[in-house]
Design a protein around this ligand. Sequence first.
Ligand code: HEC
Length: 172
Amino acid sequence: MSTHSNTSGHHEASGHPTKGSQQLLWTLLFSLVIPVIVIVSLVRATDFGNQPVTEAAHSELAVMQRIQKVGSVVIGSAQHETQTGEQVFKAQCTNCHTAGVVGAPKFGDAAAWAPRIKTGFAALLNSALKGKNAMPPQGGGAFDDFEVARAVVYMANAGGAKFPEPVNSTKK
Ligand code: HEC
């Protein structure tokens, strides 16, 4: 019994110091390792933290851009629902052509349009698509070529031309 208890005591005695020194080792290790880990992760947070933040900002920007695009599609519906010449005019061309600003021939002003109409539809369309002097390409709008062509016909016809409704060649 006593031998047994001695043995167990010896085991305990030899076990405890070992466990104790192991625990001490681990404690020491952790008290060194954990601060290092903390420091490293702090450094990472400041060093590489920028990238995720930038990425997050980028994706936020991307989301905003996507939202914006939905908004502009609603305004122009350029990519989805083909707009009539009148719709394109009212959404875009009117900005300059209603008041005749920056030298734009006024909508419905036959005198202003007559010499231009004489150059032919192709020339007018070319000007509208590529821009002319103060007029930016596509009239500065987000409409496709076919829609711009429709707007040219709409405007030119209001100014005295008798251009036929353009045939949709840009859309399938
Ligand atoms: C930012 C102002 C502006 C907007 C917006 C604008 N235009 Fe114009 N447009 C002009 C000006 C300025 C001219 C006269 C250019 C010149 O002859 O110097 C012009 C001329 C034209 C002409 C005559 C071109 C020629 O060769 O004589 C056509 C056709 C025309 N615009 C179509 C359009 C259409 C279609 C739109 C809409 C999709 C549009 N414009 C939007 C400013 C604008």
